[in-house]
Design a protein around this ligand. Structure first.
Ligand code: AMP
Length: 441
């Protein structure tokens, strides 16, 4: 079935064709007619399924040909996702007169106020905190809102946004359509959902316990202090198009990014402590192939929309099975194939077992043939711990370029050190709570 046959107006069908979509995805086939009909919808759609277009297109259709006012609001957990949803919405709306805007924290509020007050928008994509700030400054009004979307709602609740969501909900007109997309249903979201939605239709196409079919998963049992070396060996051993490597902490992401650079790999780190422009640059570099490995935390990974990720590496086993599924969903998008490797230290076996129970499969254990798993030290650790001044002089001659894989990179010949290169398990900043006790939708 074509986009036109789903009931979308020609101007939007033209926009969708211009971005290169020919056929609707399954979630789009299900959701678009329901949303056009005015239903409240709860969708449990897998990342990469095309869910953004599934709600943005019918919303834009409802906004066409009516006086300009802020009538549709899309709330998302992170600035990356906000920017991505806005870009998609602008693309789809390019042949219409509709204005699409985005607001999120971490950047100056002034230009966002000007955009809302002077230019005006029909559809606004926002993170909850910044939206409330703008409302408090009377820069945005909610009385014309006809449609609200809570995208990645479980993640918003995980990140502590439930009170902000409730505050926003209380200010919106009762007469409105509400759409909620969420992979899981944590208890705190129940309350928000009960308040927000009226008699919703449920769409549950690809439950998060089923990663996309094209993803090959494997577990690498490895002592924690040898994980960086194992990653270095994998990166040196064969063609890696682009990789996202997940760590549990921001500190761990920074540290691993530095270690990889030092060993000659084109790496960058993406996490919440980075400025917006640093985060955008890291994503741009990955998309353009300037960076091969993006080291990211779970929260930062939300909204990473890069189609050709060939490898996902869980450098640390994620705390919750849902995080595992979200992480590996970064590869194998839109029916492509990809590899998802999980590095499992002995102390992480329990978390890995919980993930396998959740998935309902036992994942294969893999060992790299000539890798010495019994070493007591990481050969690269001495380099990783060199004095700061040395580091700043710039050891890694290949920084910012793809690695010299044939030589195995500088790390492989590093002298052994007594200092283990273990990543610190200390948590910095907010992270989602383990998903225990969650009810799947
Ligand atoms: P999402 O799940 O919304 O993050 O979308 C995942 C990716 O699929 C994005 O890169 C979209 O641009 C792309 N996409 C969405 N719908 C379609 C479609 N019908 N045909 C091809 N690509 C699509």
């Amino acid at each position: 079935m074509s986009f036109q046959a789903l009931g979308l107006p020609p101007l939007l069908v033209k926009g969708v064709r211009a971005v290169g979509y020919t056929d609707p995805t399954p979630i789009q086939l299900r959701a678009i007619p329901l949303i056009l009909d005015g239903h409240d919808v709860v969708g449990a759609a897998q990342t990469g399924s095309g869910k953004t277009a599934a709600f943005v297109l019918p919303i834009l259709a409802g906004l066409l040909d009516r006086p300009r006012a802020l009538r549709a609001l899309i709330l998302v957990p992170t600035r990356e996702l906000a920017a991505q949803v806005e870009t998609n919405a602008r693309d789809y709306a390019r042949f219409t007169k509709l204005n699409v805007g985005v607001v999120f924290g971490g950047v100056a509020i002034g230009p966002q106020e000007r955009m809302l007050r002077v230019e005006g928008v029909d559809l606004l994509v926002a993170t909850p905190g910044r939206l409330l700030d703008l409302h408090g400054r009377q820069s945005v009004a909610f009385e014309d809102i006809e449609c609200l979307v809570l995208d990645e709602a479980d993640r918003m609740v995980d990140m502590g946004f439930a009170p902000d969501l409730m505050r926003i909900l209380r200010m919106l007109p009762d007469e409105r359509q509400t759409l909620m997309f969420s992979a899981t249903m944590p208890p705190a979201l129940n309350k928000v959902a009960d308040y927000a939605l009226v008699d919703p239709v449920r769409i549950d196409l690809a439950p998060p316990s089923r990663p996309a079919a094209g993803i090959t998963q494997a577990v690498y049992p490895v002592p924690r202090h040898l994980k960086t070396d194992l990653l270095h060996r994998i990166l040196s051993g064969g063609p890696i198009g682009s990789m996202i490597c997940f760590t549990r902490t921001k500190h761990g992401a920074d540290r691993l990014g530095r270690q990889l650079l030092k060993r000659g790999h084109a790496a960058a780190a993406l996490h919440g402590n980075r400025t917006q422009s640093q985060r955008e640059k890291a994503l741009r570099d990955l998309k353009r192939g300037r960076v091969t490995v993006l080291v990211a935390t779970d929260i930062a990974s939300r909204g990473i929309d890069v189609d050709d990720i060939t490898h996902v590496v869980n450098f640390d086993v994620p705390h919750s099975p849902e995080d595992y599924v979200h992480r590996i969903g970064r590869t194998g998008r839109m029916n492509a194939t990809g590899d998802a490797f999980t590095f499992m230290a002995p102390e992480e076996k329990k978390d890995m077992a919980a993930i396998e129970r959740f998935l309902g499969v036992a994942l294969p254990r893999v060992q790299l043939p000539d890798f010495d798993y019994t070493r007591r030290t990481d050969p690269g650790a001495a380099e990783d711990r060199e004095p700061r001044r040395e580091r700043e002089r710039g050891h890694g001659g290949s920084r910012g370029h793809s690695s010299d894989r044939s030589s195995g990179g500088p790390g492989g010949s590093g002298r052994p050190s007594l200092a283990p290169g273990a990543a610190s398990p200390v948590e910095h900043g907010r992270r989602p709570k383990p998903g225990r006790g969650r009810k799947r939708m």
